[in-house]
Every structure is written in structure tokens, then in C-alpha cells.
Ligand binder design. Sequence first.
Ligand code: NAP
Length: 304
Amino acid sequence: VRAVQFGSYGGPEVLELVEIDEPHAGPGQVRIKVRTLGVNPADWKFRSGSLAAILPRELPMTTGSEAAGTIDEVGEGVEEALLGTDVFGSAIGGAAAEYAVLGSWTAKPPELSFEEVAGYAAATETARRALGYLPLPTGGTLVVNGAAGNVGLAIVQFAVADGFTVVGTAREANHEKLRQLGAIPTTYGDGMIDRIRALCPQGVDGALDVAGNGVLPELIELTGSPEQVVTVADPTGPEQGVLYPRGGGPDRAVGAPAEAVALAAQGRFEMPVRATFPFEQIADAHRLSETGHGLGKIVVVVDQ
Ligand SMILES: NC(=O)c1ccc[n+]([C@@H]2O[C@H](COP(=O)([O-])OP(=O)(O)OC[C@H]3O[C@@H](n4cnc5c(N)ncnc54)[C@H](OP(=O)(O)O)[C@@H]3O)[C@@H](O)[C@H]2O)c1
């Protein structure tokens, strides 16, 4: 089975196309023939070694944590009727391979492409979980800092569906899409607080930071309290009284991908594809992700 792994930490050039033993579905898991995978910032944070101290992994490591494809093997306790079903979900032991094992999955509806659902699992789970930490009043106002990325777009759309007024920060080039999704866009950088205040005379009830660019003091000022701010990207959060949750714990928002699929069926959720790369060019997908800018999800196509 072909897979993309790294055997030592470093830049995108440490990624290598190699042959590995085929993986098998363990109890409660499924194996898919991978069609697409989503690239997340965590992928290059693992690859560079910057996550090694807090989330140690054995090397060589297969890159990628979410994939979409067709179930071709079910583990103990999983219905055989699922064989042949198109799904997307969270990969255990790496996603960038011809076959990957999923620990959780959601059926892919025929009207969504394998490219689009490649960006659904991680972002929707993070978005719903992050929103759950924030005490917001019914119909309140939420600021999303970093609204144009994979996680930011999922937060925006869930929050709009929940009935909140949503202000999202992004580069001007990404404003039109944010507007289409029901958010009020504004640029980040100097004067951000004043721009948001002008857009929200009613005040700001909560803020979610997805960009991690050091604006927690501004978000605390806007909302009036660190308890009304959550960051998924700024490790200095706790020093400032701001919750900085990690993924993977008991708080996992397991129903979020299915919620996104249901909203998509009503035309209320989408995940734009920022760019697609062939399997052999995953290193370029990492390079693009490492720029930290762009709209939507970076997708790798393993099998057309
Ligand atoms: N803790 C957790 O559980 C968890 C889970 C998933 C992800 N994360 C983290 O969340 C972060 C975002 O992930 P992602 O998948 O959404 O990444 P992404 O798709 O690469 O998006 C990053 C976004 O940040 C925006 N951005 C860059 N500089 C900005 C700034 N100064 N102010 C506001 N926005 C800015 C960019 O938009 P523009 O083009 O508009 O600049 C881009 O769309 C990453 O750090 C990731 O590691 C944490």
C-alpha cells in the first residue's frame, strides 16, 4: 500500500512516498479505500516536530488525520452492511495512504463530492466543540477571528444556523464568501477593535480565535471578559484566562459532521476547496497550508 510518511522531523521535503503494510480495521473501526484527504495545520505541526513535546508520536508517521473514501473492511462490532458505503471521517494511524482506518465516520451523501467532504470531519468537530465552550445568549453576537479558514468557516456556518449574529475577520479577498454564508466580514490588523465596535453597536457577547495571531487581549476587551473568549490556536490563552482546548478528549463533538451534512442538504453549509493536489504532491499541500492564508480546505486526491 502506498503511503506518505516522514521518518524524521523537518520541512515538507521530509515527506516520502513509501510502501507500507496494508492497515486493518480494529474493533469498532472501518477501513476505507481512500479517495481524498484533508490537509490540516496539525499535519505540518506534527511533521515539523513542533507538536512532538505535547503529542509524542512514533516515527515514521503517516501524515494526515482525515480522509474520505469507500468502506472495504469492517472491524469487529461494525455492521457488514456498511461495506461499499462512501464515508468521510477521522483516520487512526494516518490518512495519506491508499487505504486508511477510520475511528469515526459519517456517510457521504451523493450530492457532495469526495473533494468537498475531505474538509468536513476535523473542522466541524472543532467548530461545534469550540462553540460549546462559549456561553452565548440566544441571538447574541459572536466574533470569529480567522473566519476564512477550514475551522473558521465551519464555526461561522454553525453559529449562523444557531441564530447568532456573526462577525468574521479575514483578508478582503475572502469577504464575499463570508457574506454569502451569513457573516459580517471585516479585516484583521490595526484598528480591528474599532471596526468591530462600529459593526456591532449592540456589543459583542463572545469571541472564538481560530487564527492564533496574538489578538486575545483585543478579543477580551471587545467581549469584556476572558471567559467570553475561546482560542483553538493560541497556546498563550490560559495565561490570559482564555480557554485553549485541545482535540481528542471526552468533549469531542461527535455529531458535528452529520450536522454539517444535514445543513448542506438544506443549502446552509459548504466547505469551499482552497486547492487540490495529487497524492504525489502532498509536500506542496503542506507548503500552502503553512502560508496560513486562504479560503476553505486544502485537499489531496489519492484516487480519482
Ligand atoms: N485546538 C483544537 O482542537 C484545534 C483543532 C483544529 C484546528 N486547530 C487549529 O486552528 C487553527 C486553524 O485551523 P484551520 O484548519 O482553520 O487552518 P486554515 O484552514 O489554514 O485557516 C487559517 C486561516 O487563518 C486566517 N488568518 C491568517 N492570519 C490571520 C490573522 N492575522 N487574523 C485573522 N485570520 C487570519 C487565514 O485567512 P486569510 O486568508 O483571510 O488571512 C486562513 O483562512 C490552526 O492553528 C489549527 O492548528 C485547533
